[in-house]
Ligand binder design. Structure first.
Ligand code: URA
Length: 433
């Protein structure tokens, strides 16, 4: 088989056979296919698309390109959630202890942030001493012992995705449904949980500009999950404006802890409860949505979810003193307020601009190898539907570098639109598939 023939076939709109997809993925994983040929095929896939059968085969080959975690030693149905990526999305830090506090084992593989979107592994780094990558044995042991674990990719999990994602990132081919679905689902399937709840974002802060495309991506991933015998549900949620008020690693950890203490912003609480409800329903222990949601609310009110969070941080070696004293988290030497130029109502707040600005302050990375500033980020004082007075702060910028602050303040100001009439923010949960 020749790679040039496979590229030409897809370039001309053909359908790749299972053998051709297997040849491509094996070659990517073992390094025998050079980047320029991998990139050429990715662009051909991007332009000519893949049929559902090709996407499923691509996912399976990627999943089989490395280790697959066997969680069968943990009793019960193991649940996982995954977000397609957004700005200020700290739901994993809230939902996972919440669900685990209901007695459902949560075995969560998480990633690092890339571009304007954040990642859970980076947020966890705000806890001094924490191990964010557990080996398989420790991962299973911890879920069995305390009921939950969160780990970054360890060992050789889906090596083909690591190569392909890096290539997609530099060849403008990230944004294709088959490639996104295969990338996400191969990792979720290889990480061994029985059921998967997907949080598919819609809006400028994520990959899907509108509900139609979000629905299409969600359906593709659900179909792949079902074909691989994993029950999969998708929650489509809004990412037009950032989730909550905090964007940036330490700031988001503090907001997640406040949420677990019962003081969370409404959009974050609503989305966390919906994702948690779907996880409980898929666990098989609940058949009634109202009962599942009630239990989550009770676990939040009683402090059981916060207790579970502290247990999890401690089990992974992290310093839990930050849960009481936020000064323990990495901070920022410099701050700058972004001031409202006019009075009125916030009618728009572009998540993407906030995400990009936060990255410029040091909170995110352009390349996977870039270092990040855990103390950097943006706290939003005003979101859609709120009233603002000229001369008062719209946001506070945080950074450990002084230089970017002024430019970022100018850029970030373009994120807000101020109008004369109140616009009610839309509900964060759009639909469940
Ligand atoms: N998240 C992933 O893991 N992969 C993608 O392609 C997009 C989002």
């Amino acid at each position: 088989m020749k790679m040039t023939d496979i590229i030409a076939k897809k370039r001309d709109g053909g359908t790749l056979s299972d053998a051709e997809i297997t040849f491509f993925i094996n070659g990517v994983a073992n390094g025998s296919i050079p980047d320029y040929q991998g990139a050429a095929l990715l662009m051909a896939i991007y332009l000519k698309k893949m049929k559902p059968r090709e996407t499923t085969c691509l996912t399976r080959c990627m999943m089989e390109s490395g280790d697959q975690i066997d969680l069968s030693a943990i009793p019960g149905i193991k649940v996982d959630k995954h977000s397609t990526g957004g700005v200020g999305d700290k739901t994993t830090l809230v939902v996972t202890p919440l669900v685990a506090a209901c007695g459902i084992p949560v075995a969560k593989m998480s990633g690092k942030g890339l571009g304007h979107t954040g990642g859970t592994v980076d947020k966890l780094e705000a806890f001094k001493g924490i191990r964010t990558v557990l080996n398989q044995k420790d991962f299973i042991k911890q879920v069995k012992k305390i009921g939950m674990a969160i780990s970054g990719q360890s060992g050789n999990l889906v090596p083909a995705d690591q190569q392909l994602y890096a290539l997609r990132d530099v060849t403008a081919t990230v944004d294709n449904h088959s490639l996104i679905a295969a990338s996400i689902m191969s990792k979720k399937l290889a990480s061994g949980t029985d059921v998967i709840v997907l949080d598919v974002k819609v809006g400028n802060g994520g990959f899907n500009p509108n509900v139609t495309t979000a629905r299409k991506l969600a359906k593709t991933m659900i179909r792949i999950g079902q074909q691989m015998d994993r029950q999969t549900v998708a929650v489509i949620s809004r990412m037009d404006q950032p989730l909550g008020r905090a964007v940036g690693n330490s700031l988001e950890v503090i907001e997640a802890i406040e949420t677990l203490k019962g003081n969370g912003p409404k959009d974050l609480v609503d989305l966390s409860l919906e994702l948690g409800t779907q996880m409980l329903l898929l666990s098989g222990k609940f058949s009634n949505k109202t009962a599942a949601k009630k239990m989550l609310q009770q676990r939040l009110r009683s402090g059981a979810a916060l207790k579970m969070f502290a247990k999890f941080i401690k089990a992974q070696g992290g310093d839990t003193s930050g849960i009481k004293d936020y000064q323990k988290f990495p901070g920022a030497k410099y701050t700058l307020e972004v001031i409202a130029p006019t009075s009125g109502w916030i009618i728009d707040l572009t998540a993407r601009t906030i995400g990009l600005a936060s990255m410029q302050l040091g909170a995110g990375r352009q390349k996977k190898s870039d270092p990040i500033d855990l103390g950097a980020g943006i706290y939003l004082h005003k979101k859609i539907g709120e009233k603002v007075k000229a001369g008062t702060p719209l946001a506070t910028l945080y950074s450990n570098k002084k230089e970017p602050l002024k430019d970022v303040a100018e850029f970030v100001l373009t994120a807000w639109s101020i109008g004369t009439k109140k616009r009610k923010p839309e509900k964060v949960v759009v639909e469940i598939l």
